[in-house]
Design a protein around this ligand. Structure first.
Ligand code: UDP
Ligand code: MN
Length: 274
């Protein structure tokens, strides 16, 4: 395809490497048409991790670490390790990827099928698309999004992060305040809100089964439409979770998601022990 698009993820520590490797494997297994780029922060990854990334990704781009240092709001979220996620804002810097559109996935997400159609949600005036966060559906979850990188947007976001900060201490709070018209089409007034046109991605592009509440009948009804599974929360699969009783037990969708994740991981994990 002639489109200058790219897939991207972020890795600021070795601890999320299993996720980044599985994400790449899952996109390649589904014949992703666009290059896979991993954003890394300087001097924060081991040699071993970098060489594993080199094999799994088409490009490694080093970006400066952006931290929120917002202990208060991150404690409210229960996730003080997420002060590094401001670094994700570099996806909006056109110089970082050089791509016209970027589909970003957290390292704890993986694709269950080809997701090239995700780029279609950003077209015309629309500069950003994301799916609802099930903890507060008027906010989008920033673990999966598509964006057109633009210098003015990048600057606006970095300025907002530095001045207003983030109501959750991470990138998701900054992005939701900036793209505040996402839920209703009407931009909420605020110090960092912009009038950019945004779109809603189908939830099937960011299914978050680890959340404390899930709508099981809907999960079953739309199971075959799921494109991306995202393990939000502190219990990532690579911490050892191979089995789950959630949602229908051993035959249920949660177990199927975990089994698929581990199949990808077991096939690539040898690179971690070189
Ligand atoms: N991340 C990372 N190292 C860390 C914390 C976060 O590389 O120590 C990156 C990684 O891409 C991760 C993303 O930032 O997927 C967001 O964090 P996380 O997925 O844990 O947030 P959640 O989806 O649980 O809110
Ligand atoms: Mn995540």
């Amino acid at each position: 395809s002639g489109n200058n698009y790219a897939y991207a993820t972020l890795l600021t520590s070795d601890s999320y490497l299993p996720g980044a490797l599985v994400l790449a494997s899952s996109l390649r297994a589904a014949f992703a048409q666009y290059p896979l780029i991993v954003l890394v922060t300087e001097n924060s990854l081991s040699e071993n991790a970098l060489s594993a990334l080199q094999r799994a990704y088409d490009r490694i781009v080093t970006v400066p670490l952006l931290r929120s240092s917002d202990a208060g709001n991150l404690e409210l979220l229960g996730r003080t390790e997420l002060d590094v996620t401001y670094t994700k804002l570099h996806v909006f810097n056109p110089q970082v990827t050089g791509a016209d559109k970027v589909a970003f996935f957290d390292a704890d997400a993986f694709a269950t099928r080809n997701v090239d159609a995700i780029f279609d949600y950003v077209q015309g005036d629309v500069v950003f698309a994301a799916a609802p966060d099930i903890g507060w559906p008027d906010c989008f979850n920033s673990g999966v999004f598509v964006a057109t990188p633009r210098a003015d947007i990048f600057q606006g976001l970095v300025r907002a992060a530095a001045s207003t900060g983030s109501f959750d201490g991470g990138d998701q709070g900054v992005l939701n305040d900036y793209f505040s018209g996402w839920a209703s089409g009407v931009s909420r007034p605020g110090p960092s809100s912009s009038n950019h046109k945004t779109a809603r991605l189908p939830f099937t592009y960011n299914v978050t089964p680890t959340s404390f509440y899930s709508y099981l009948p809907a999960l079953k009804r739309f199971q075959d439409d799921i494109s991306v599974v995202h393990f939000i929360g502190a219990d990532k699969p690579w911490k050892g979770v191979r089995e789950s009783d959630a949602f229908g037990g051993p035959e249920g969708p949660m177990q199927q998601f975990l089994t698929r994740w581990w199949n990808y991981y077991d096939a690539v994990k040898h690179v971690l022990n070189r």
